[in-house]
Design a protein around this ligand. Structure first.
Ligand SMILES: [Fe+2]
Length: 563
């Protein structure tokens, strides 16, 4: 029978390097390099992830039919050269340092993959096509409208595709420097957070403010066109300055001082965050609205870093009544999977539709022997629990904070119950306790709930969805007093629903917690310390456990408690 082949997708050299593998159209493995290298946002050639993917599949490099890099380095070089010409002399640094660095590194990625690993065939994809394929081919839709929105790919910052069966037809492109991702990132920097890391913080801060500056931003800073497209007013931005992407003119225009990382957060900063968030939502709605007029459908897929904005995602459903699919690694890491999926779809055997079963649990897992070895080497006192889900639930109901390692790592930036810290959501104080003892993060950032799928509609506005399994939408809390620790300032929560098929272990913990407390909800936050990647191995888990105020650790059925 004809096959989709054995394909490896790779993304790297910008941020969040990752690898994904497909075997005859099945997604067999996917992981972010940072989980293995322990370097947050590791962008390097993902050597560890490639080796892990080959080992998981039992492949040698020669067994891989084709390796696909997630974007086209030649197209990107052309954009950088255009940027030098267009913005000279502000672009001097880009010409003298940026482009030579690019030529020495990313430009030769295909050769590096061949030389280092001996792959037979390495090709380059297209950045926004990779984003689009990652969401479209993991969706439940045979046909859909597909929007991709990010900072910048090769030169595109947004694209719209009509997805039909195995094909993606590009119907709109918007190019750098007009970019919603860059717009949001500039204000992430303006508010004193790190670009490509602090965007969640802007979203988390927004509910504490009022969008008082929206009229100064929309159609002055970010211009929305009637055809759905958008532009940035370059009087306010300077993307050639690697230190600071905004000009003094923006500060004067907004009349809000930029904040450094250590400055106090003022009400004016909160109002700016609210205004930027609203402007982003209006821009995305303007684009989708125009596209739905041209290509009417109820089924929409979204991808790119902007698709991680849960508040904007929920608004799209509310405003347009669409069914919206977003795959959990919506950012550039997900491009590794998308590149592989697009390559498979292009060479699809006749009559076969590429819609693989999708689970986010795609990384590495550990056998009892491996767990015992790693714990033993570190002198950990462990014992095995017969019913570990019930044991975890009892500890949680008693107010303790429990970290779990179960099965294969999650794919994407959110912990979804494979490498998670769990806690009781009933009292608001738990949020402060987690922040002070474990996560060491800003107090305005919300914690997310995981809920048994059948109770989803009792506790949260469902947005018409039967499930919300990846924490990609904010849902209005219907019983905020019952789960106070997971409700944000605007009375919403970034929900993960779970059923027994998706994650039987997490579901069992919830079921046991519900039996003890009458509440089918837990706090689910990523198992990492501030500034570190989410843990992957038992050794990582043990290290983080001892460096934090987590009370108990359950690595599969091996449980460890603080002395
Ligand atoms: Fe991207």
């Amino acid at each position: 029978m004809p096959s989709f082949g054995r394909i490896l997708g790779v993304s790297c050299f910008y941020h969040d390097a990752a690898v994904a593998s497909l075997d005859d159209g099945r997604i067999t493995f996917a992981i972010h390099e940072e989980r293995l290298s322990r370097c947050k946002h590791d962008a390097a050639l993902p050597r560890l992830a490639i080796r892990a993917a080959l080992a998981h599949n039992g492949w040698s490099a020669k067994d891989v039919d084709r390796v696909v890099f997630y974007e086209d380095p030649s197209l990107k070089l052309r954009r950088l050269e255009d940027q030098v010409k267009r913005f000279w002399p502000e672009s001097r640094f880009l010409q003298e340092v940026g482009i030579p660095g690019y030529l020495a590194n990313k430009f030769t990625v295909a050769q590096q993959l061949q030389d280092e690993f001996g792959f037979r065939d390495v090709v380059c994809g297209n950045h926004h096509t990779s984003h689009a394929a990652a969401t479209f081919h993991t969706s439940p839709f045979e046909n859909a409208l597909v929007l991709t929105l990010d900072g910048v790919g090769e030169s595109e910052s947004a694209a719209v595709f009509v997805g039909e069966g195995n094909s993606l037809r590009r119907v709109l492109s918007i190019n750098f420097p007009d970019s919603l991702g860059l717009f949001y990132s500039v204000f992430t920097q303006y508010l004193g957070f790190e670009v490509n890391e602090g965007e969640y913080k802007v979203m988390g801060l927004a509910p504490y403010g009022k969008p008082k500056l929206i009229d100064r931003i929309l159609n002055h800073v970010l211009i929305l066109e009637e055809d759905g497209t958008f532009r940035l007013n370059l009087d306010f931005f300077n993307f050639c300055d690697i230190e600071r992407h905004y000009r003094d003119r923006l500060i004067a225009h907004l009349d809000v001082p930029p904040r450094s990382a250590t400055d106090p957060m003022t009400q004016a900063h909160c109002d700016l965050a609210a205004s930027v968030q609203l402007a982003l939502e209006k821009a995305v709605c303007n684009l989708l609205g125009a596209m739905l007029l041209r290509y009417p459908t109820k089924d929409v897929c979204l991808a790119g870093g902007v698709a991680l904005n849960c508040t904007a995602n929920a608004r799209l459903i509310r405003d347009f009544g669409i069914r919206l699919h977003i795959h959990p690694a919506a950012g550039d890491a997900g491009g590794a999977l998308g590149a592989a999926l697009h390559e498979a779809a292009r060479h699809a055997p006749p009559g076969r539709l590429l819609r693989p079963d999708f689970t986010p649990y795609l990384g590495v897992s550990f056998s009892p022997a491996q767990i015992e070895q790693q714990l033993g080497e570190r002198g950990a006192a462990w014992r095995r629990e017969g019913d570990v889900a019930a044991w975890v639930a009892r500890r949680l109901a008693a107010g303790e904070v429990v970290a779990i390692v179960h099965g294969r790592d999650e794919w994407g930036p959110r912990a979804l119950g494979a490498r998670s810290i769990l806690a009781d959501p009933r009292r608001a104080e738990m949020k402060d306790h987690l922040n002070a003892k474990i996560k060491f993060r800003e107090e305005f950032r919300p914690f997310a709930p995981v809920i048994m799928e059948q109770y989803y509609g009792e506790y949260f506005e469902t947005l018409g969805m039967t499930e919300s399994p990846y924490m990609l939408f904010t849902h209005r809390a219907l019983r905020p007093d019952a789960v106070a620790a997971v409700v944000h300032a605007d009375q919403t929560s970034r929900v993960q629903t779970v059923n027994a098929q998706q994650n039987a272990y997490l579901y069992d913990i919830l079921r046991e917690f519900y039996a003890l407390t009458g509440v089918p909800v837990l706090i689910n936050t990523s198992f990492n310390l501030r500034g570190e990647p989410i843990v992957s191995s038992p050794a990582d888990a043990l290290k983080t456990f001892h460096a934090s105020g987590i009370d108990c650790l359950a690595i599969e059925d091996y449980v460890i408690e603080k002395a």
